[in-house]
Design a binder for this molecule. Sequence first.
Ligand code: NCD
Length: 306
Amino acid sequence: MRHLMSPLDFSVEELNELLDLANDIEANPQKYANACTGKKLATLFFEPSTRTRLSHEAAMLNLGGSVLGFSSADSSSASKGETVSDTARMVSCYADIIAMRHPKEGAPMVASRYSSVPIINAGDGGHQHPTQTLTDLLTIRSIGGRLDNLTIGLCGDLKFGRTVHSLIHALVRYNNIKFVLISPEELRLPGYIRKDVLDKGNVPYEEVERLEDAIPKLDVLYMTRVQKERFFNEEDYIRMKDFYILDAKKMELAPENMMVLHPLPRVNEIAVEVDDDPRAAYFKQAQYGVYVRMALILTLLGIQVS
Ligand code: NCD
């Protein structure tokens, strides 16, 4: 049995197969419409979510399966003191696969030790968010045609942003990848990723504070929200929250083919006027999230559609 805790749980070859499957699902949805008939997905969300929970559910429904679950810790027995391990043991009696989001780093990993069905980490604290990374890879590959030879700007809250952490882990395995890390000093990428992943792997990167300085050289600009819920005090959040605002004027500095991604939800970091720019790919990205989660569910359940 296989779980998905980190994007590194799949080899590059397996990832490419998964992305191929997602593209086939996009092109031939009918072919997959009954692939999971009789199967159930449980979504256990101990933290707020719109896209991740609903796209997992839409993915299972598109495959002909059904869904059950809860969308906040308050409405589950966690509020009575039940442990994650007991919850996982119970729910694996009710469902064939589980997607779990939790504010504590490592909680889905604990759950995977007690579950008798595959567990998908749908975001654990400030740590990892592997299904968002699958979504990001599918978007970059489908729109840009490649995952090699890319300069990627990661902008915003690189300290707490789990989507950034997972994406870096995944992308360093491709050829000729360069990162431009765009953040204020206080929200820099954590040392354990800078040193253990980038430095150790000799991956070229630079750290800059001004978005304007970075934009002209990028193939992909990945914007992120300042992660309010991970701050220890509100003052710091208020000081940081509008540090970056991507607007039409800044987009004038961007290459013609640069794509703008954002895992969403956006707050103020991308002005609404950018939505009409053909380089804005974040809503398309959310759509790709459904195809890739369909491919992931099929893969983890070992279901092949011919
Ligand atoms: C992200 C997350 O939950 O980490 N959202 C998502 O799943 N698309 C990003 C965020 O909340 O800022």
